[in-house]
Design a protein. Sequence first.
Length: 332
Amino acid sequence: MDVRQRTEEIEHMTFAPWATFSDQSRGRMLPEEQDPIRPVFQRDRDRVLHCKAFRRLKQKTQVFLSPEGDLYRTRLTHTLEVSQIARTIARALRLNEDLTEAISLAHDLGHTPFGHAGERALNELCPDGFKHYMQSLRVVDKLEKDGRGLNLTWEVRNGIVTHTKGTWAATPEGRIVRMADQIAYVNHDIEDAVRAGVLDPATLPKDCTAVLGQTKSARITTMINSILANSDGDVKVGAEENEAFLALRDFMYATVYVDKTAKREEQKVDKVIGELYDYYLNHVDRMSNFYIQLAYQEGRERAVTDYISGMSDEFAIRTFEELFVPQKWHVL
């Protein structure tokens, strides 16, 4: 018996009966030999952690575009916070922590530069529309490793594509990630908004904070405890906590997410994304070789969308400046 088989045996001895067991995975699109050390979901986690799209998350916007200071969340730090919350829940419920972490780390790989403003801009430009959760799946299936993809398991891929809306994940671990994503972004966005001076914590709805707590830590703990108390055979949150949380989320959408100070730069995103999209649509050869080949295989619109959505904020701005802003020159 190798290390992996021993780990799988431990799963069956320690996991809850409704957990997703590594040795019962539906498998990969391209069959592979098992790793002698790592079960399949741990292997998926490692593939995500080492891929290029994951590294790009460090320079992609969460809420505030190009904020001054290094204390604000990026798409990478958001992803890590989601992973921490989701793993805490999975471990307490005796579910598969490796699967939970793999989905958490991969869920936003397809996010655009400039956060949801960039996503909205690309959605308006692309003939087939653009959704970051669909793009995240495309990243792991097609775009990583020069077109070979990461060849992840069905369970991880299912968790990625269902983490935002619509049908819930087929696994309890995937459903945990969807809840953890919302718990993370609402609470860390409150903290960032307070730090940015666009939200007074005293204005948070009193009926929400009375149930969830006055601090970020207290609110996250309340939601985790509610999930643990109400989950047995499925992942659920208590009615009172869920109602308070949804009201708090609605408050954020009605205030911070539309705040003129916080979002004043977003009107420029449409210009940057739009100009880049039009330029590369007419100059496909200016993209890297991989995307040039993709344009021949799947069409220019698809290749340009993939190229721009993979950009970091900094790379998109730098590229825009190089293409459309006059450069200084010197006469010798």
